[in-house]
Design a protein around this ligand. Structure first.
Ligand SMILES: NC(=O)C1=CN([C@@H]2O[C@H](COP(=O)(O)OP(=O)(O)OC[C@H]3O[C@@H](n4cnc5c(N)ncnc54)[C@H](OP(=O)(O)O)[C@@H]3O)[C@@H](O)[C@H]2O)C=CC1
Ligand SMILES: O=C(O)[C@@H]1CCC=N1
Length: 272
């Protein structure tokens, strides 16, 4: 089971993060092939990760037992068509799709047959082994599920989802959410600069505070709301800032933004 070779088709931001996390955790590099249609990106991947790279997806497809589909959703159909049109036997391969907004049924349609497919919704902190991956399988074997879990455990924590629609929900909670945190950090950084801190100071101040806050959540087994309350002196500075967030509707905004994220995934399921 553990000796299966894996091809990442369309190695961009997400797959690069996954492969990096896997390698950092001791996954055997010799089992990994990465493809990209851009020769410069391929050279960069080879230089940085010292793994086999391949410009021709079909060569990677033929060689590997497990195929991670990691192109953007909008180009997935064209990619899968090249696989369906090839004379390579797909029936004994495991496909893992990290794409948002494309269901297993639709992927099987794109590939022209009912191959074994597991959907995974990872996130970019996988790069550091701090990722979250939501996994969903319909008809995959226990062996395929165990292998997929083992791959993604190298990149952080893994959680199995009961329904395929939960993939759309976990996109909002973990797949897209690093960007929400980055946006918040950008906003604090911008204001720090406006207050006169230089670029280097502003960056350092925001990153250290975000890191410290995240590590407090991780290391102290108390509700996040208690951590917030511990910063907030009665009638003090934090209370003034938080009251503004509350009045301006930040909490509802976060919920609404996550609904937008889920709805976009549902729309994509119809479009693609
Ligand atoms: N980024 C994220 O945080 C997350 C992304 N995902 C999913 O991961 C998938 C990839 O996203 P992401 O990594 O951000 O996207 P990227 O665009 O960074 O990566 C995809 C790469 O695949 C290349 N590519 C496109 N078509 C082909 C092809 N036919 N053959 C070989 N290479 C090809 C692209 O080249 P080119 O640059 O020329 O277009 C690009 O470099 C998406 O489906 C997304 O939904 C899931 C969770 C989180
Ligand atoms: O923005 C996207 O559609 C992808 C899926 C989750 C993160 N990035």
């Amino acid at each position: 089971m553990t000796n299966r070779s894996i091809a990442f088709i369309g190695t961009g931001n997400m797959s690069y993060a996954i492969i990096s996390g896997m390698i950092k955790n001791g996954f055997d590099k010799k089992q990994i092939i990465a493809t990209n249609r851009n020769p410069e990106k391929l050279a960069h991947i080879h230089k940085e990760l010292s793994i086999e790279t391949q410009a021709d997806n079909l060569i990677a497809l033929a060689k590997a037992d497990v195929i991670v589909l990691s192109v953007k959703p909008q180009v997935m159909a064209d990619l899968c068509q090249t696989f369906a049109d090839s004379d390579i036997d797909l029936s004994n391969k495991l496909f893992i799709s990290v794409a948002a907004g494309i269901t297993i049924d639709r992927l099987q349609q794109m590939l022209g047959q009912k191959v074994s497919i597991i959907r995974c919704m990872p996130n970019t902190p996988s790069l550091l082994g701090k990722g979250v991956s939501g996994l969903y399988a319909q008809d995959a074997t226990d062996d395929d599920k165990a292998f997929t879990q083992a791959i993604f455990e190298n990149t952080g924590i893994v959680t199995w989802l009961e329904k395929e629609s939960d993939i759309n929900n976990i996109i909002a909670v973990t797949g897209s959410s690093p960007a929400y945190f980055f946006l918040f950090m950008e906003a604090i950084e911008k204001k720090a600069k406006a207050l006169g801190f230089n670029d280097e100071q502003a960056r350092q101040l925001v990153q250290q505070t975000a890191l410290g806050a995240a590590q407090m959540v991780e290391s102290q087994n108390i509700p996040i709301s208690t951590l917030r309350e511990n910063v907030t002196s009665k009638n003090g500075t934090t209370a003034a800032a938080l009251a503004h967030f509350k009045e301006s509707g930040l909490i509802q905004d976060v919920s609404d933004a996550m609904d937008k994220c889920i709805n976009r995934a549902k729309e994509m399921e119809k479009e693609l």
